[in-house]
Design a protein around this ligand. Structure first.
Ligand code: GAL
Length: 308
């Protein structure tokens, strides 16, 4: 699969799973994302909301479309899931004890002034997810977001706030269904978004983009020894052609496969969003705690991508 381009599922259709996340569950990988499979609204850099799609794969290469696991509401204009609104960056995590899948997502008005976090729950990875509602976590605005589950099973919602000037790390309750009231604001006034997190050798890493809408900019990674501690911006992890523009992409998520971490990027095409591409790049961690993401023109699955 050519990195940076739109990919196809096993039926030859374009994979519509933008701003997404990949999780592994019982030997199968599931990729969730924004279904943007329609022309842009005339004159706008948006596609009406279609829903959250899901694809499954045994090897992260051949993807089977599992359908929409959460669909837009086409009838009720006041629904937070109405087609005229915004649904972005869906992130799914598995709750080990409750045996269910929790979907968090950015839900907004068309002009992005509502800035809420929506939640939906399913007993199976392929849905359907039942919508629970939308709110502003800890009464703060929330736009780009991700969910991170730590090794001890505690989950955190990481979201841009204050009009994307700052990021919040909000601890979730035991069911992962709402913030528990404890949060920290990190990288204050650094204007970072598109957060993607992982933990390696006891250090927490967060890759973010700058705030330039659909246009690519420089990724930066930050580290902290405590998830709710002091995060420090370190550097651009990207190496290779066009590294200053994140290879033309923007962080979507970090996922773990085998014993490696991978960064997934969206390569947005603002005036034809449905053709936006993807890339998956292995992450290398240095003994000094550094993080490097090298450009590779092809995604060839876990084994092949890590051995060369
Ligand atoms: C980006 C953001 C995307 C989407 C886009 C809209 O900055 O990361 O998820 O919201 O802006 O312009």
């Amino acid at each position: 699969m050519k990195n940076g381009q739109i990919w196809q599922d096993i039926e030859g259709n374009h994979i519509q799973a933008h701003g997404g996340c990949i999780i592994e569950h019982r030997g199968t990988y599931y990729w969730y994302g924004e279904h943007k499979g329609a022309p842009n609204c005339p004159g706008k850099e948006r596609v009406d909301v279609i829903g959250v799609s899901c694809y499954s794969s045994p090897d992260l290469l051949s993807w089977k479309y599992e359908g929409l696991v959460l669909s837009a509401d086409q009838e009720n204009p006041s629904s937070p899931l109405h087609t005229s609104r915004v649904l972005e960056r869906p992130k799914v995590v598995y709750h080990e004890k409750n045996h269910c899948f929790i979907l968090w997502m950015h839900l907004d008005s068309e002009d992005y002034t509502y800035a809420g976090a929506g939640i939906a729950v399913s007993g199976t990875p392929t849905g359907p997810f039942v919508f629970q509602g939308v709110s502003q976590p800890n009464r703060q605005d929330a736009r780009d977001m991700t969910v991170f589950v730590d090794e001890d099973g505690t989950a955190y919602l990481v979201h841009s706030k204050d009009w994307n000037k700052t990021l919040n790390i909000a601890r979730l309750n035991a069911d992962y269904t709402a913030p528990d009231g404890m949060y920290v604001s990190v990288m204050a006034d650094q204007e970072r978004e598109a957060p993607a997190l992982c933990r390696h050798n006891g250090l927490y890493y967060m890759v973010t983009s700058g705030c330039t809408g659909w246009q690519p900019n420089s990724a930066l990674y930050a580290t902290s020894s405590h998830i709710m501690g002091r995060w420090k911006l370190i550097d651009n992890p990207c190496e290779g052609e066009n590294y200053r523009q994140t290879f033309g992409g923007q962080s979507a998520c970090i996922f773990r496969a085998g014993n490696r971490h991978f960064l997934m990027l969206d390569h947005w095409i603002p005036d034809n969003l449905q053709k936006s591409g993807y890339s998956i790049l292995p992450i290398e961690f240095g003994p000094d705690g550094s993080m490097t993401v090298r450009w590779k023109s092809e995604w060839r699955g876990i084994e092949k991508s890590t051995s060369d």
